[in-house]
Write a protein that binds this ligand. Structure first.
Ligand code: BES
Ligand code: ZN
Length: 872
């Protein structure tokens, strides 16, 4: 907890440690409240360090130091100093020496879920980013790579004892009811990849032979009784291993790969070497318990963590500023994996929606930072959408700029050159320069400059010369006190579409200057411009396309992303007209025309069903807010959005009914792309028809819920029903709860559905739910289900003009900060758009932000987020 203003860490201050730790032997004597840890380390002076005869300063917090010995000799208390965050040893040998440290920690009291903690009776660890220092004193930073040997001693009532690497023996401890297991990890790794698990767990096992001929044993461990829900996870793991062998030529490098699922976990999952630890919501799946979205997420997250074995573990980060080196790249890799496993076109739309809904608001607001930040207070606050999703977009742009072949070559060069290294973003980009012979100096600004570029577009057709001239101007908005932003190097996919829908030109241009013109010759008719195809650069286009042009794109654009985008643009235009009161009595007619234009692609069976479902998406609030920019009136925006959606549903009514019935399926549930795409379209149609309060939907929803044979049907019905008046929503909610109230992951869904149901008084409902017997602030999944969904997914509930949403959020952030600062700080980011609202909302939000900031004690995590949110 905070005693003084937290310290800021700067990239420019990076220095190697004065000593290296090459080897660690760890012994754990596990005990709920008094776990004993003995660490025997081999150290030597670090040649890369300029420091002479430096102190040995190791990180450590929330642990009790018992003893320190150097080369076998116990140190006297005068020979070292222990403070809240450090152990300092004044003099150490200036050649290789051993250091043995004994310390004690209390896993049961660990509510922050960082370090060694207990989840439902299971010992587990979470060390990224700085949790290892809660286990023992160490250089807890990613550029110190050591080989680990681990011995775990625990009661025999905990039969499963796991750590990183390969098994290296086990047995009873004579004269006790305890046993031990040893593990040996031959690959040097940073401390954040350490993991340990001990408990009475169920498991499933399989094996695989790698492309290099290695036999690998695969294990997935879960709470007892849940082992019948692991088949999909196992299948996904094998698919990931095969894909990485095929696409990136990366094979697995140990004899075992284990995954453990626990129910208390701050994040989604963690890539510890050979022992991934997962939030169980991203492992457990049966058709009756998990939705299509869950199945897809499980597949993607298992892949993501597995892919870290090369991008993150074999090649790690020099320091935490380089986080996007592993996260952005690994997200890029998992996106590619999902694209290959499912529909590439749909995956691209999903990813862009995610960037716009989460990364753009971050990049426009007070929490803005470049993918590689320059400074931080709490590194846990930088596992952001900018580091992850913008980081992935930057990798994708490199691929687009240098081409797929050179990109693949650059990746192989990266693996070859940096295997075993703690690398930097510069090292990474250099590989692509060398592989492609293309300069990426200006491109590198993407890593260092925050803010989303806006590109203003105007085009001019010369009918006589048959030329089309495109004029582009790029700029990045400056926040208070920021220096001028520099122009970026960006690839822009481009197409020119003729008036009959045929393509007159397609290709890619590279924008590098602040203002730049491009001329296209032999363009035989006045074209419609299709720019930034495939969302080739993560930017905002400012382009005054006419409704007619957008309708033409919606009908004919050969780029599936821009075809979808044209529909979104049109929808956005219509909602904003309504919001700004500029709609006039033409407006219903215009929405009807838009509906009419959607009808064709929606029923075009040559398009895949998941893509057709995407065409029914109504632009989310985040995008509308970005377009409005400031002084947003939440009630007005909410009703414009509602009215548009209802009108669209009315306009499409017959089609929706037809689509809904034609996508009905009685086949056994399968989670693959085609089957889930069909369900996506089925429920998208039902959902939009419900927004139009169609007469048939009530009965349809009741039937869906009563006769559901899978969770996709059940949860869809539950969620959609919240948009209906009358008694049905309550009926479905009760049925869902009664059927599933013994399953924590489904109780989460039940809370989520209520948190997301839009209403100006949603804060009251959520506050009441916080006293429900199944609500607890101790389990992150439960908190996220009810509160993150409310804050981030219930626009009118959270931004209700009476301030009740803000007050609830602040109450919860303050309460949870005392238990788990990481979770509190994630909730706190929900305030990042507060300045975009009108004076009434701003005043209420500011008061709550000030109240949080005045709370004592306050974690550095929440302090950093709230103080930045208030500043800019
Ligand atoms: N390395 C992270 C897990 C992590 C995040 C540890 C933050 C410590 C702090 C892991 O690889 C990861 O990125 N997990 C994501 C899911 C992923 C699919 C994007 C997560 O947990 O949200
Ligand atoms: Zn990751």
């Amino acid at each position: 907890m905070r005693t003084e203003t937290p310290k800021t860490i700067f990239l420019k201050d990076y220095k190697p440690t004065p000593y290296n730790i090459d080897n660690v032997r760890l012994t754990f004597r596990l005990h709920d409240t008094e776990t004993l840890v003995r660490a025997e380390m081999k150290l030597k002076p670090n040649k890369a360090s300029k420091a002479k005869k430096a102190l040995l300063e190791l990180d450590g917090e929330k642990i009790k130091l018992l003893s320190v010995a150097i080369n076998g000799e116990l140190l006297a208390p005068t020979e070292y100093v222990v403070s809240e965050h450090k152990l300092t040893i004044k003099t150490v040998p200036q050649k290789a020496f051993t250091l043995a440290i004994e310390s004690q920690c209390d896993p049961k009291a660990n509510t922050e879920l960082s370090g060694l903690y207990m989840s439902n009776g299971v010992f587990c660890t979470q060390c990224e980013a700085e949790g290892f220092r809660r286990i023992t004193y160490f250089y807890d930073r990613p550029d110190v790579l050591a080989k680990y040997h681990v011995r775990i001693e625990a009661p025999k009532a905990m039969p499963v004892l796991l750590s990183n690497g390969n098994p290296a023996g086990n047995g009873s401890i004579s004269g006790t009811d305890r046993h031990f297991a040893e593990w040996d990890d031959p690959h040097p790794k940073p401390s954040y990849l350490f993991a340990l698990v001990a408990g009475d767990l169920g498991s499933v096992h399989s094996d695989i032979i790698t492309s290099e001929g290695r036999h690998v044993h695969l294990g997935i461990y879960v709470e007892k009784g849940k082992d019948n829900r692991c088949a999909w996870a196992m299948e996904s793991l094998k698919a990931s291993m095969r894909w990485d062998e095929k696409v990136f030529k990366r094979a697995y490098d140990l004899d075992v790969f284990n995954i453990v699922a626990v129910s208390d976990f701050n994040m989604g999952a963690m890539e510890n070497k050979g022992l991934n630890i997962f939030n169980d919501k991203y492992i457990l799946a049966l058709p009756q318990t998990a939705t299509d979205t869950d199945f897809e997420l499980i597949e993607a997250i298992i892949a993501h963590e597995y892919f870290h074995n090369w991008t993150g573990n074999r090649i790690t980060c020099r320091d935490w500023f380089q986080l996007c080196l592993k996260e952005g790249l690994t997200v890029f890799r998992d996106q590619e994996f999902t694209s290959d496993m499912r529909s590439r076109d749909v995956k691209r739309i999903d990813d862009v929606q995610d960037v716009r809904a989460r990364q753009f608001p971050e990049d426009f607001g007070p929490l803005q930072h470049p993918p590689r930040p320059n400074a931080y207070i709490e590194i846990n606050n930088f596992y952001t959408s900018t580091v992850y999703e913008k980081g992935a977009e930057v990798c994708r742009m490199i691929q687009t700029l240098i081409g797929a072949a050179a990109f693949a070559k650059g990746m192989q060069l990266y693996f070859k050159r940096h295997d075993g290294d703690a690398a930097t973003v510069e090292d990474f980009v250099k590989c692509f320069e060398d592989a492609s012979k293309k300069k990426l100096k200006q491109f590198f600004r993407w890593y260092e400059q925050a803010g989303t570029p806006q590109v203003a577009v105007s085009g001019k057709y010369d009918a006589k010369k048959k030329t089309y001239m495109l004029n582009l101007t790029q700029s990045v908005k400056r926040l208070k006190g920021q220096p001028a932003k520099l122009p970026l190097h960006m690839p822009l996919g481009l197409g020119l579409i003729g008036p009959d829908g045929r393509e007159l030109h397609s290709g890619m241009i590279e924008l590098t200057k602040a203002k730049q013109s491009f001329t296209f010759k032999n363009i035989l008719a006045k074209p419609v411009l299709s720019l930034n195809r495939g969302f080739s650069a993560p930017i905002v286009l400012k382009h005054r396309a006419t409704e007619r042009d957008l309708l033409l794109q919606l009908a004919y654009d050969s780029d599936s992303f821009n075809r979808w985008e044209a529909g979104q643009e049109l929808a956005k235009k219509l909602i904003l007209e309504r919001y700004h009161g500029k709609h006039g009595n033409q407006w219903p007619q215009k929405v009807a025309e838009f509906a009419e234009a959607l009808r064709h692609p929606l029923t075009d069976t040559s398009l895949d069903e998941a893509y057709r479902a995407k065409l029914l998406d109504v632009p989310p609030y985040e995008e509308l807010m970005a377009a409005i920019g400031k002084e947003i009136d939440p009630e007005k925006l909410y009703s414009a959005h509602e009215e548009f959606t209802a009108k669209l549903g009315e306009g499409l009514h017959d089609t929706l009914h037809e689509v809904y019935t034609s996508t009905e399926s009685h086949a056994a549930y399968k989670p693959d792309a085609a089957s889930s795409g069909k369900r996506a379209l089925h429920y998208a149609a039902l959902s939009l028809a419900t927004r139009a309060q169609a007469t048939w939907v009530e009965e349809a929803l009741r039937q869906e819920s009563q006769h559901a044979t899978n969770m996709t049907a059940e949860y869809s019905a539950l969620r959609i029903s919240t948009r209906l008046r009358g008694a049905l929503p309550e009926e479905l909610s009760k049925r869902f709860f009664d059927a599933h109230n013994s399953d924590p992951l489904l109780i989460d869904k039940w809370f989520a559905a209520q948190a997301l149901a839009p209403s100006e008084s949603a804060a009251d409902r959520v506050r009441t739910l916080m006293s429900h017997k199944d609500f607890t602030v101790k389990t992150p999944n439960r908190v996220y289900a009810l509160l993150r969904n409310f804050i981030g997914g219930n626009f009118i509930g959270f931004h209700a003009p009476d301030g009740a949403g803000y007050k609830l959020a602040a109450d919860v952030i303050i309460a949870i900060d005392a238990i788990n600062p990481q979770v509190a700080s994630r909730l706190a980011t929900g305030f990042r758009t507060w300045r975009m609202f009108d004076a009434g909302n701003r005043k209420k939000a500011e008061a709550e932000l000030q109240r949080i900031l005045a709370t004592k004690p306050l974690s550095p995590d929440v302090f950093e987020i709230i103080s930045r949110t208030l500043k800019a």
